[in-house]
Design a protein around this ligand. Structure first.
Ligand code: SF4
Ligand code: SF4
Length: 469
């Protein structure tokens, strides 16, 4: 088949935003208007409040959300995860992945259009600012043509100034999600020389966000986002997507006065749905990787249908099977399988979270050190201690031997551990040789806070091989 020959599926061979020579085709979408766009505008303040406000919120003394990668501390909705809880994070990540697969199989890319920070910032924050400075899509196209007047340049400078200021705010917020709001305040109130790495991170984040929202835009969804690229395997014919009703719409034909449309479809080929699309696609071609389910084409088409005196919802939330008139099975065996796995994972995660300890102590013999024989028949071992305090309160940890005669001394720093942090120290344990039953006896050490038992830790105690009597 000649490479230039067009087929109904030809549009899938190339990206709508890249021309034949591989150059970017800039998208100038028209401003959306309609019920769904209004609903998204109403939702936006809540999403932005969460993104910007979450680092300020504490739950029982814990940050609501914190992804402290450097110190390996994570707080998700106030629940803390430390390095010891790595297995919980793994289970949580698997549960999230199964949830995403299940959710997408049923509801398609609902997340992309309504909640994803990329879409929310680009379409509900940056794009309206662009409309404000440069006008609607068709005006922007002209605005970007020469000649470059002083007025045009001033508008461009102001727009990009606002873009960068907002990107800087977003960059700071992202850092607050990683290092916490208190640490961020320290960084922004002190000289950059005091915290050069954090300052560099703020600058880097700000520049990346500016680049994404000012230039890269929809390419982030089509070329970079792994979720977007997985759509072809996650979506099925029963998934709810933003779909064009080709049965009702075709054959399409422009609206003409006095025209008999008896044998024509409802699509009047006005291309309003294409003009509003921020990813530059024609949804009438079918579900496409580039579609972020922003709903702009639904609003645009509903408005056209109203003016043409035709029923609305020619483009709507629906599944391919529903539109094609085939059996629309919302619940498939695949979905049932995912649901069972997800329920099992959530149950396991909940049980592990409820039953985990608030304090976790590790006591290990110092590596490379053998036991030491003292003069009076006493054996001494050296240990490294690490206590993870997952509570918000300060702990004054004492250690004591259980069920054995001997002496335990803290020879490293005292174990006074601030809330949500880790304390480390070194201890020695001395036990008379006649108390030991083997060259590697198990001993129990009690971990106490202000005299109250927190937990008991078992560890090995090395000594000389007992003599056979
Ligand atoms: S096809 Fe419609 S829903 Fe999809 S990105 Fe374009 S305008 Fe948004
Ligand atoms: S807006 Fe509606 S009528 Fe106009 S081209 Fe798109 S689908 Fe057809």
């Amino acid at each position: 088949m000649p490479s230039e020959q067009k087929t109904p599926e030809s549009f899938r061979d190339s990206l709508s935003t890249v021309d034949k020579r591989g150059r970017r085709i800039w998208v100038y979408p028209q401003k959306p208007q309609g019920k769904l766009y209004t609903a998204r505008k109403l939702l936006t303040p809540f999403l932005l409040a969460f993104m910007f406000g979450a680092p300020f919120i504490k739950v029982g003394g814990n940050p609501l959300m914190l992804f402290d990668i450097l110190n390996r501390r994570f707080f998700i909705f106030g629940i803390g995860f430390w390095p010891h809880d790595f297995y919980l994070l793994v289970i949580a990540a698997i549960s999230l992945a199964v949830f995403i697969i299940l959710f997408t199989a049923v509801y398609g890319r609902l997340f992309c259009g309504w909640i994803c920070p990329q879409t929310v910032f680009l379409e509900m924050v940056f794009r309206p600012i662009e409309f404000f400075f440069e006008g609607n899509g068709h005006r922007q196209r002209k605005f970007n043509q020469p000649p470059w007047t002083a007025g045009k340049i001033a508008r461009k400078v102001m727009k990009h100034g606002v873009f960068f200021a907002l990107s800087f705010l977003v960059g700071n917020t992202l850092l607050a999600w990683i290092i916490g709001i208190d640490r961020l305040f320290e960084v922004v109130t002190l000289s950059p020389a005091v915290n050069p790495s954090e300052f560099a991170a703020v600058l880097a984040f700000s520049l990346v966000f500016y680049g994404v929202f000012a230039r890269f835009r929809e390419q982030a969804c089509t070329l970079v986002c792994p979720y977007g690229r997985l759509q072809s395997v996650l979506l099925g014919d029963n998934s709810i997507v933003i779909a064009y009703d080709f049965k009702r719409g075709e054959p399409r034909a422009k609206l003409k006065a006095g025209q008999d449309r008896k044998n024509l479809g409802d699509c009047i080929d006005c291309r309003a749905c294409v003009r509003v699309c921020p990813t530059g696609i024609d949804i009438r071609d079918g579900t496409q990787l580039e579609c972020v389910n922003c709903t702009a084409c639904i609003d645009a088409c509903n408005s056209v249908m109203k003016k043409a005196g035709l029923p609305p919802k020619l483009i709507r939330y629906s599944s391919y099977n529903a539109i094609a008139g085939k059996q629309d099975r919302r619940i498939t065996p695949r979905m049932i399988g995912y649901t069972v796995i997800l329920a099992a994972l959530i149950t396991l995660l909940s049980v592990l979270l409820i039953t985990r300890d608030n304090v976790e102590t590790t006591i290990l013999r110092t590596s490379g050190r053998l036991h030491e024989m003292l003069d009076n028949g006493i054996v001494r071992n050296l240990y490294n201690v690490q206590v993870v305090n997952k509570t918000g309160a300060v702990l004054n940890v004492d250690l004591a031997l259980k069920n054995i005669t001997g002496e335990l001394r803290v020879v490293g720093p005292p174990l006074k551990i601030a809330g949500r942090s880790t304390g480390e120290s070194v201890i020695t344990v001395e036990i008379p040789q006649d108390q030991l039953y083997s060259a590697s006896s198990m001993i129990t050490i009690q971990v106490l806070n202000e005299g109250k038992l927190l937990e008991e830790v078992r560890t090995t105690f090395s000594g000389p091989k007992p003599q056979r009597k």
